[in-house]
Design a protein around this ligand. Structure first.
Ligand code: ADP
Length: 458
Protein backbone atom coordinates (compact mmCIF):
# COMPACT_ATOMS: atom_id res chain seq x y z
CA UNK A 1 0.00 0.00 0.00
CA UNK A 2 0.97 3.60 -0.47
CA UNK A 3 0.58 5.20 2.97
CA UNK A 4 1.14 8.85 3.85
CA UNK A 5 1.34 10.23 7.37
CA UNK A 6 1.07 13.95 8.05
CA UNK A 7 2.48 14.74 11.48
CA UNK A 8 4.09 17.45 13.57
CA UNK A 9 6.63 15.14 15.25
CA UNK A 10 8.94 12.33 14.17
CA UNK A 11 11.51 10.95 16.61
CA UNK A 12 14.35 11.43 17.06
CA UNK A 13 14.72 14.40 14.71
CA UNK A 14 11.61 16.31 15.80
CA UNK A 15 10.34 15.06 19.13
CA UNK A 16 8.56 16.73 22.03
CA UNK A 17 6.89 13.69 23.55
CA UNK A 18 5.40 10.32 22.72
CA UNK A 19 3.80 11.48 19.44
CA UNK A 20 7.24 11.56 17.78
CA UNK A 21 8.03 8.05 18.98
CA UNK A 22 4.70 6.79 17.70
CA UNK A 23 4.96 8.20 14.16
CA UNK A 24 8.49 6.81 13.92
CA UNK A 25 7.64 3.38 15.35
CA UNK A 26 4.49 2.91 13.30
CA UNK A 27 6.10 4.04 10.03
CA UNK A 28 9.10 1.78 10.62
CA UNK A 29 6.89 -1.25 11.26
CA UNK A 30 4.81 -0.51 8.14
CA UNK A 31 7.98 -0.22 6.02
CA UNK A 32 9.17 -3.58 7.41
CA UNK A 33 5.90 -5.12 6.29
CA UNK A 34 6.66 -4.02 2.72
CA UNK A 35 4.57 -0.86 2.38
CA UNK A 36 5.53 2.43 0.84
CA UNK A 37 5.43 4.91 3.70
CA UNK A 38 5.95 8.67 3.47
CA UNK A 39 5.73 11.11 6.35
CA UNK A 40 5.15 14.84 5.87
CA UNK A 41 6.79 17.00 8.54
CA UNK A 42 7.36 20.76 8.80
CA UNK A 43 10.96 21.65 8.02
CA UNK A 44 11.72 22.91 11.53
CA UNK A 45 14.96 24.84 11.71
CA UNK A 46 15.80 22.84 14.87
CA UNK A 47 16.11 19.54 12.96
CA UNK A 48 19.60 18.06 12.77
CA UNK A 49 19.68 17.15 9.07
CA UNK A 50 22.92 15.17 9.51
CA UNK A 51 20.67 12.34 10.61
CA UNK A 52 18.62 12.39 7.41
CA UNK A 53 19.84 10.59 4.29
CA UNK A 54 19.53 11.76 0.67
CA UNK A 55 18.17 15.19 1.51
CA UNK A 56 17.15 16.98 -1.68
CA UNK A 57 14.59 19.37 -3.06
CA UNK A 58 11.66 17.66 -4.78
CA UNK A 59 9.44 20.62 -5.52
CA UNK A 60 10.25 24.29 -5.56
CA UNK A 61 7.94 27.29 -5.56
CA UNK A 62 4.75 25.36 -4.91
CA UNK A 63 2.28 28.22 -4.63
CA UNK A 64 -0.82 28.55 -2.52
CA UNK A 65 -2.94 31.58 -1.93
CA UNK A 66 -3.41 33.20 1.44
CA UNK A 67 -5.49 36.37 1.72
CA UNK A 68 -5.07 36.82 -2.04
CA UNK A 69 -1.27 36.70 -1.78
CA UNK A 70 0.77 33.86 -3.21
CA UNK A 71 3.00 32.02 -0.74
CA UNK A 72 5.64 29.63 -2.04
CA UNK A 73 6.72 26.41 -0.39
CA UNK A 74 9.71 24.16 -1.02
CA UNK A 75 9.25 20.42 -0.52
CA UNK A 76 12.34 18.44 0.43
CA UNK A 77 12.70 14.68 0.52
CA UNK A 78 14.97 12.50 2.62
CA UNK A 79 14.99 9.09 4.24
CA UNK A 80 15.32 7.88 7.79
CA UNK A 81 15.52 4.12 8.40
CA UNK A 82 13.80 3.43 5.08
CA UNK A 83 10.96 5.83 5.80
CA UNK A 84 10.52 8.49 3.13
CA UNK A 85 10.27 11.92 4.69
CA UNK A 86 8.91 15.05 3.04
CA UNK A 87 9.99 18.26 4.75
CA UNK A 88 7.65 21.15 4.11
CA UNK A 89 9.30 24.56 4.05
CA UNK A 90 6.89 27.46 3.60
CA UNK A 91 8.54 30.73 2.60
CA UNK A 92 6.03 32.64 4.67
CA UNK A 93 6.80 36.17 5.88
CA UNK A 94 6.18 34.91 9.42
CA UNK A 95 8.90 32.23 9.09
CA UNK A 96 6.51 29.65 10.50
CA UNK A 97 9.01 26.91 11.24
CA UNK A 98 12.14 28.90 11.90
CA UNK A 99 11.51 29.02 15.63
CA UNK A 100 13.39 27.62 18.60
CA UNK A 101 10.91 24.93 19.56
CA UNK A 102 8.20 22.92 17.87
CA UNK A 103 5.14 24.25 19.75
CA UNK A 104 4.31 26.99 22.20
CA UNK A 105 4.28 29.90 19.73
CA UNK A 106 1.45 32.40 19.70
CA UNK A 107 0.65 31.58 16.10
CA UNK A 108 0.67 27.77 16.44
CA UNK A 109 -2.80 27.56 14.87
CA UNK A 110 -1.72 29.53 11.82
CA UNK A 111 1.57 27.62 11.48
CA UNK A 112 0.01 24.19 11.49
CA UNK A 113 -3.02 25.24 9.42
CA UNK A 114 -0.65 26.42 6.73
CA UNK A 115 1.33 23.16 6.94
CA UNK A 116 -1.93 21.19 6.58
CA UNK A 117 -3.13 23.20 3.63
CA UNK A 118 0.07 23.06 1.64
CA UNK A 119 0.57 19.33 2.35
CA UNK A 120 -3.03 18.59 1.33
CA UNK A 121 -2.67 20.54 -1.93
CA UNK A 122 0.54 18.69 -2.74
CA UNK A 123 -1.13 15.34 -2.02
CA UNK A 124 -4.15 16.19 -4.13
CA UNK A 125 -1.76 16.08 -7.10
CA UNK A 126 -0.19 12.76 -5.96
CA UNK A 127 -2.83 10.85 -3.96
CA UNK A 128 -1.74 7.75 -2.01
CA UNK A 129 -4.08 4.95 -0.82
CA UNK A 130 -4.25 6.17 2.76
CA UNK A 131 -3.58 9.45 4.55
CA UNK A 132 -3.08 9.17 8.29
CA UNK A 133 -3.35 12.32 10.42
CA UNK A 134 -2.21 12.79 14.00
CA UNK A 135 -3.74 15.07 16.65
CA UNK A 136 -5.01 18.63 16.30
CA UNK A 137 -1.88 19.89 14.53
CA UNK A 138 -2.76 17.93 11.40
CA UNK A 139 -6.53 17.64 11.89
CA UNK A 140 -7.16 20.46 9.41
CA UNK A 141 -5.64 18.43 6.58
CA UNK A 142 -8.91 16.46 6.66
CA UNK A 143 -10.73 19.68 5.72
CA UNK A 144 -8.35 20.60 2.92
CA UNK A 145 -7.86 17.19 1.27
CA UNK A 146 -9.84 16.75 -1.90
CA UNK A 147 -8.47 13.44 -3.20
CA UNK A 148 -10.05 10.02 -2.77
CA UNK A 149 -7.52 8.58 -0.31
CA UNK A 150 -8.86 6.91 2.81
CA UNK A 151 -8.44 9.24 5.80
CA UNK A 152 -7.51 8.06 9.28
CA UNK A 153 -7.30 10.40 12.26
CA UNK A 154 -5.51 9.34 15.44
CA UNK A 155 -6.24 10.99 18.76
CA UNK A 156 -3.01 10.93 20.73
CA UNK A 157 -4.35 13.39 23.25
CA UNK A 158 -7.85 14.83 23.36
CA UNK A 159 -6.88 17.71 25.63
CA UNK A 160 -5.58 19.83 22.78
CA UNK A 161 -8.23 20.16 20.10
CA UNK A 162 -6.98 22.95 17.85
CA UNK A 163 -9.32 25.76 18.78
CA UNK A 164 -8.91 28.58 16.31
CA UNK A 165 -10.59 31.72 15.08
CA UNK A 166 -12.80 31.50 11.96
CA UNK A 167 -10.45 33.96 10.28
CA UNK A 168 -7.58 31.49 10.52
CA UNK A 169 -9.47 29.21 8.16
CA UNK A 170 -11.05 31.92 6.03
CA UNK A 171 -7.61 33.36 5.28
CA UNK A 172 -6.66 30.01 3.79
CA UNK A 173 -9.81 29.93 1.67
CA UNK A 174 -11.64 27.18 3.49
CA UNK A 175 -15.38 27.23 3.61
CA UNK A 176 -16.57 27.09 7.22
CA UNK A 177 -19.01 24.28 7.89
CA UNK A 178 -20.25 25.39 11.28
CA UNK A 179 -22.08 22.17 11.97
CA UNK A 180 -18.92 20.13 12.07
CA UNK A 181 -16.46 22.82 13.13
CA UNK A 182 -17.96 25.06 15.80
CA UNK A 183 -16.70 24.52 19.29
CA UNK A 184 -19.12 23.39 22.01
CA UNK A 185 -17.37 25.21 24.82
CA UNK A 186 -16.22 28.40 23.11
CA UNK A 187 -18.95 29.29 20.63
CA UNK A 188 -16.86 31.91 18.83
CA UNK A 189 -14.06 29.42 18.08
CA UNK A 190 -13.73 26.61 15.62
CA UNK A 191 -12.53 23.19 16.70
CA UNK A 192 -10.23 21.43 14.23
CA UNK A 193 -10.44 18.02 15.90
CA UNK A 194 -14.23 18.03 15.54
CA UNK A 195 -13.74 18.71 11.84
CA UNK A 196 -11.37 15.77 11.50
CA UNK A 197 -13.79 13.47 13.32
CA UNK A 198 -16.48 14.32 10.78
CA UNK A 199 -14.29 14.15 7.68
CA UNK A 200 -12.18 11.06 8.39
CA UNK A 201 -13.23 7.50 7.59
CA UNK A 202 -11.74 6.09 10.79
CA UNK A 203 -10.82 7.66 14.14
CA UNK A 204 -8.43 5.84 16.43
CA UNK A 205 -7.16 6.26 19.95
CA UNK A 206 -3.79 5.00 21.13
CA UNK A 207 -5.14 2.43 23.59
CA UNK A 208 -8.36 0.44 23.91
CA UNK A 209 -9.11 1.77 27.42
CA UNK A 210 -8.74 5.41 26.35
CA UNK A 211 -11.25 4.69 23.56
CA UNK A 212 -13.81 3.70 26.19
CA UNK A 213 -12.92 6.52 28.57
CA UNK A 214 -13.34 9.34 26.06
CA UNK A 215 -16.95 8.37 25.47
CA UNK A 216 -17.64 9.66 29.00
CA UNK A 217 -17.96 13.19 30.31
CA UNK A 218 -15.05 12.67 32.71
CA UNK A 219 -12.53 12.03 29.91
CA UNK A 220 -14.27 13.29 26.77
CA UNK A 221 -12.94 16.88 27.15
CA UNK A 222 -16.25 18.24 25.88
CA UNK A 223 -16.21 16.10 22.71
CA UNK A 224 -17.91 13.03 24.17
CA UNK A 225 -21.17 13.71 22.31
CA UNK A 226 -19.35 13.59 18.96
CA UNK A 227 -17.34 10.56 19.97
CA UNK A 228 -20.45 8.66 20.97
CA UNK A 229 -22.02 9.64 17.65
CA UNK A 230 -18.99 8.32 15.75
CA UNK A 231 -18.35 5.33 17.99
CA UNK A 232 -18.74 2.86 15.10
CA UNK A 233 -15.69 4.32 13.36
CA UNK A 234 -13.78 4.84 16.62
CA UNK A 235 -11.16 2.15 17.33
CA UNK A 236 -8.53 1.72 20.06
CA UNK A 237 -5.09 0.43 19.06
CA UNK A 238 -2.31 0.26 21.63
CA UNK A 239 0.94 1.99 20.75
CA UNK A 240 4.14 0.04 20.63
CA UNK A 241 7.72 1.07 21.29
CA UNK A 242 10.70 0.61 19.01
CA UNK A 243 12.43 -2.48 20.42
CA UNK A 244 15.67 -1.67 18.61
CA UNK A 245 15.91 1.85 19.96
CA UNK A 246 14.70 0.99 23.46
CA UNK A 247 16.92 -2.05 23.96
CA UNK A 248 18.96 -2.11 27.20
CA UNK A 249 21.36 -4.60 25.63
CA UNK A 250 22.34 -2.28 22.76
CA UNK A 251 21.63 1.22 23.92
CA UNK A 252 24.32 3.69 22.87
CA UNK A 253 23.23 6.13 25.58
CA UNK A 254 23.35 3.62 28.42
CA UNK A 255 26.58 3.77 30.47
CA UNK A 256 26.41 -0.02 31.02
CA UNK A 257 24.16 -1.92 28.59
CA UNK A 258 22.72 -5.19 29.92
CA UNK A 259 20.70 -8.24 28.89
CA UNK A 260 17.80 -9.79 30.82
CA UNK A 261 20.24 -12.26 32.39
CA UNK A 262 22.57 -9.48 33.56
CA UNK A 263 19.89 -7.09 34.75
CA UNK A 264 20.91 -6.99 38.43
CA UNK A 265 24.56 -6.26 37.66
CA UNK A 266 23.74 -3.87 34.82
CA UNK A 267 21.29 -1.87 36.83
CA UNK A 268 23.71 -1.59 39.76
CA UNK A 269 26.39 -0.16 37.46
CA UNK A 270 23.97 2.32 35.91
CA UNK A 271 22.66 3.34 39.32
CA UNK A 272 26.22 4.06 40.47
CA UNK A 273 26.75 6.17 37.32
CA UNK A 274 23.49 8.11 37.78
CA UNK A 275 24.14 8.70 41.49
CA UNK A 276 27.52 10.15 40.64
CA UNK A 277 26.39 12.08 37.58
CA UNK A 278 23.41 13.64 39.40
CA UNK A 279 25.27 14.18 42.71
CA UNK A 280 23.07 11.78 44.65
CA UNK A 281 24.45 9.97 47.68
CA UNK A 282 26.37 6.88 46.52
CA UNK A 283 24.25 4.14 48.02
CA UNK A 284 23.60 0.95 46.04
CA UNK A 285 20.93 -0.26 48.49
CA UNK A 286 18.48 2.63 48.20
CA UNK A 287 15.60 2.01 45.80
CA UNK A 288 15.76 4.61 43.02
CA UNK A 289 12.39 5.97 41.88
CA UNK A 290 12.43 7.85 38.58
CA UNK A 291 9.95 10.03 36.69
CA UNK A 292 10.58 11.06 33.08
CA UNK A 293 7.86 13.30 31.83
CA UNK A 294 6.47 16.50 30.45
CA UNK A 295 5.51 18.46 33.56
CA UNK A 296 1.94 19.35 32.68
CA UNK A 297 -1.33 18.90 34.58
CA UNK A 298 -2.07 15.62 32.76
CA UNK A 299 1.02 14.02 34.27
CA UNK A 300 0.17 14.94 37.88
CA UNK A 301 3.10 17.19 38.85
CA UNK A 302 1.63 17.68 42.35
CA UNK A 303 1.46 13.94 42.77
CA UNK A 304 5.07 13.63 41.62
CA UNK A 305 6.03 16.21 44.26
CA UNK A 306 4.22 14.19 46.87
CA UNK A 307 5.89 11.03 45.49
CA UNK A 308 9.30 12.60 46.17
CA UNK A 309 8.38 13.21 49.82
CA UNK A 310 6.94 9.73 50.23
CA UNK A 311 10.00 8.12 48.60
CA UNK A 312 12.27 9.92 51.05
CA UNK A 313 10.08 8.82 53.96
CA UNK A 314 10.39 5.22 52.76
CA UNK A 315 14.18 5.51 52.52
CA UNK A 316 14.55 5.75 48.75
CA UNK A 317 16.03 8.15 46.22
CA UNK A 318 14.16 10.09 43.55
CA UNK A 319 15.36 11.35 40.17
CA UNK A 320 13.03 13.51 38.11
CA UNK A 321 13.70 14.41 34.49
CA UNK A 322 10.91 16.75 33.52
CA UNK A 323 10.26 19.21 30.73
CA UNK A 324 8.86 22.47 32.03
CA UNK A 325 5.94 24.17 30.28
CA UNK A 326 4.59 26.07 33.29
CA UNK A 327 7.37 28.21 34.82
CA UNK A 328 5.59 28.27 38.22
CA UNK A 329 6.55 24.65 38.69
CA UNK A 330 10.26 25.47 38.80
CA UNK A 331 9.72 26.95 42.27
CA UNK A 332 7.95 23.84 43.52
CA UNK A 333 10.97 21.67 42.88
CA UNK A 334 13.54 24.24 44.06
CA UNK A 335 13.66 23.03 47.72
CA UNK A 336 15.26 19.77 46.55
CA UNK A 337 18.15 21.48 44.81
CA UNK A 338 20.85 20.24 47.16
CA UNK A 339 19.11 17.23 48.64
CA UNK A 340 21.44 14.19 48.72
CA UNK A 341 18.65 11.81 47.75
CA UNK A 342 16.74 13.86 45.20
CA UNK A 343 17.88 14.93 41.74
CA UNK A 344 15.74 17.27 39.67
CA UNK A 345 16.58 18.01 36.03
CA UNK A 346 14.08 20.34 34.44
CA UNK A 347 15.13 19.84 30.88
CA UNK A 348 14.63 17.62 27.85
CA UNK A 349 17.60 15.25 27.88
CA UNK A 350 17.43 12.13 25.70
CA UNK A 351 20.75 10.52 26.86
CA UNK A 352 19.91 11.10 30.53
CA UNK A 353 16.46 9.56 30.04
CA UNK A 354 18.13 6.33 28.85
CA UNK A 355 20.56 6.31 31.78
CA UNK A 356 17.64 6.77 34.17
CA UNK A 357 15.56 3.97 32.64
CA UNK A 358 18.67 1.79 33.02
CA UNK A 359 19.40 2.86 36.59
CA UNK A 360 15.92 3.10 38.12
CA UNK A 361 14.14 0.50 40.20
CA UNK A 362 10.69 2.06 39.85
CA UNK A 363 9.06 4.60 37.53
CA UNK A 364 6.31 6.76 39.01
CA UNK A 365 3.60 7.83 36.54
CA UNK A 366 0.59 9.29 38.37
CA UNK A 367 -1.29 10.51 35.27
CA UNK A 368 -4.69 12.15 35.60
CA UNK A 369 -5.44 10.71 32.18
CA UNK A 370 -3.14 8.80 29.85
CA UNK A 371 -4.08 8.08 26.22
CA UNK A 372 -1.38 5.39 26.04
CA UNK A 373 1.88 6.33 27.73
CA UNK A 374 5.22 5.12 26.45
CA UNK A 375 7.41 5.77 29.48
CA UNK A 376 5.90 2.83 31.40
CA UNK A 377 6.56 0.46 28.48
CA UNK A 378 10.11 1.70 28.01
CA UNK A 379 10.71 1.37 31.76
CA UNK A 380 9.50 -2.25 31.70
CA UNK A 381 11.93 -3.13 28.88
CA UNK A 382 14.72 -1.80 31.10
CA UNK A 383 13.51 -3.76 34.15
CA UNK A 384 12.26 -0.63 35.95
CA UNK A 385 8.86 -1.46 37.41
CA UNK A 386 6.10 1.06 36.69
CA UNK A 387 3.97 2.51 39.50
CA UNK A 388 1.02 4.00 37.67
CA UNK A 389 -2.48 5.33 37.96
CA UNK A 390 -5.05 2.87 36.60
CA UNK A 391 -6.16 4.83 33.55
CA UNK A 392 -6.04 4.64 29.73
CA UNK A 393 -3.03 2.89 28.28
CA UNK A 394 -1.52 2.46 31.73
CA UNK A 395 -4.45 0.21 32.60
CA UNK A 396 -3.86 -1.77 29.38
CA UNK A 397 -0.13 -2.36 29.90
CA UNK A 398 0.54 -2.55 33.65
CA UNK A 399 -0.84 -5.44 35.69
CA UNK A 400 -0.80 -5.43 39.48
CA UNK A 401 2.10 -7.36 40.99
CA UNK A 402 2.79 -9.00 37.62
CA UNK A 403 4.84 -6.28 35.93
CA UNK A 404 4.13 -3.24 38.12
CA UNK A 405 1.76 -1.59 40.59
CA UNK A 406 -1.40 0.47 40.12
CA UNK A 407 -3.56 2.90 42.07
CA UNK A 408 -7.04 4.09 41.29
CA UNK A 409 -7.67 7.58 42.71
CA UNK A 410 -5.22 10.32 41.64
CA UNK A 411 -4.48 11.74 45.07
CA UNK A 412 -1.71 11.62 47.67
CA UNK A 413 -3.27 8.57 49.32
CA UNK A 414 -3.11 6.68 46.03
CA UNK A 415 0.54 7.62 45.46
CA UNK A 416 1.44 6.72 49.06
CA UNK A 417 -0.21 3.32 48.77
CA UNK A 418 1.47 2.41 45.49
CA UNK A 419 4.91 3.42 46.77
CA UNK A 420 4.37 1.54 50.04
CA UNK A 421 3.39 -1.64 48.19
CA UNK A 422 6.35 -1.38 45.82
CA UNK A 423 8.88 -0.66 48.58
CA UNK A 424 7.53 -3.64 50.60
CA UNK A 425 8.16 -5.91 47.62
CA UNK A 426 11.52 -4.42 46.57
CA UNK A 427 14.43 -6.87 46.74
CA UNK A 428 12.26 -9.98 47.20
CA UNK A 429 12.26 -12.99 44.89
CA UNK A 430 8.88 -11.88 43.62
CA UNK A 431 10.38 -8.51 42.65
CA UNK A 432 13.02 -10.27 40.55
CA UNK A 433 10.31 -12.32 38.85
CA UNK A 434 8.35 -9.18 38.09
CA UNK A 435 11.45 -7.61 36.52
CA UNK A 436 11.93 -10.66 34.31
CA UNK A 437 8.30 -10.59 33.24
CA UNK A 438 8.38 -6.86 32.56
CA UNK A 439 11.55 -7.13 30.46
CA UNK A 440 10.11 -9.95 28.37
CA UNK A 441 6.92 -8.01 27.52
CA UNK A 442 6.28 -7.69 23.82
CA UNK A 443 5.55 -4.05 23.11
CA UNK A 444 6.87 -4.17 19.56
CA UNK A 445 5.02 -2.32 16.82
CA UNK A 446 4.30 -5.37 14.66
CA UNK A 447 0.98 -6.24 16.30
CA UNK A 448 -0.26 -2.64 16.36
CA UNK A 449 0.90 -1.96 12.80
CA UNK A 450 -1.04 -5.03 11.64
CA UNK A 451 -4.17 -3.60 13.28
CA UNK A 452 -3.69 -0.24 11.54
CA UNK A 453 -3.24 -2.08 8.25
CA UNK A 454 -6.57 -3.82 8.75
CA UNK A 455 -8.18 -0.42 9.12
CA UNK A 456 -6.32 1.00 6.11
CA UNK A 457 -7.52 -1.92 3.98
CA UNK A 458 -11.09 -2.22 5.28
P1 ADP B 1 3.62 12.07 26.37
O1 ADP B 1 3.65 11.69 24.92
O2 ADP B 1 2.25 12.37 26.87
O3 ADP B 1 4.60 13.14 26.70
P2 ADP B 1 4.55 9.34 26.81
O4 ADP B 1 4.81 8.55 28.04
O5 ADP B 1 3.62 8.76 25.80
O6 ADP B 1 4.07 10.80 27.24
O7 ADP B 1 5.94 9.58 26.04
C1 ADP B 1 6.92 10.35 26.59
C2 ADP B 1 8.20 10.13 25.80
O8 ADP B 1 9.01 11.29 25.94
C3 ADP B 1 9.02 8.98 26.33
O9 ADP B 1 9.84 8.49 25.29
C4 ADP B 1 9.89 9.66 27.41
O10 ADP B 1 11.08 8.93 27.67
C5 ADP B 1 10.18 10.98 26.73
N1 ADP B 1 10.39 12.12 27.64
C6 ADP B 1 9.46 12.79 28.36
N2 ADP B 1 10.03 13.81 29.04
C7 ADP B 1 11.34 13.76 28.75
C8 ADP B 1 12.48 14.58 29.15
N3 ADP B 1 12.33 15.60 29.96
N4 ADP B 1 13.69 14.24 28.64
C9 ADP B 1 13.84 13.19 27.80
N5 ADP B 1 12.81 12.41 27.39
C10 ADP B 1 11.59 12.69 27.85
Amino acid sequence: MDIVHIASEFAPIAKVGGLGDVTHGLCKALVKQGHRVTLFLPKYSSIDFQQVENLQIVKKEFAITEKKAQIFTTFWSGTYEGIALIFVEPHHPKAYFEREGIYGEEDDNERFLFFCKVSARYLDNNPPDVIHLHDWMTAAAALFLKNGAKKIFTIHNLQHQGRCAPNNLKNLGIEIEEEILSDYQYGESLNLMRGAFAKCDVITTVSPSYREEILTQEYGQGLERDLVKYRKKLKGILNGIDPEYWNPEQDRFLPTPYSIEEVTKGKAANKAYVQKHLSLSQNPEKPLVIAITRLVWQKGPDLILFGIEKTLELGGQFALLGTIFEPDLIESFAPYKDHPDVAIRLDYDEPLSHALYGAGDMLLMPSIFEPCGLAQMIAMHYGTLPLVRKTGGLRDTVHEEENGFLFEVPDNKGVASVLERAFASFGTEKWQEMIQRAMRSDFSWEKSAAKYLELYQS
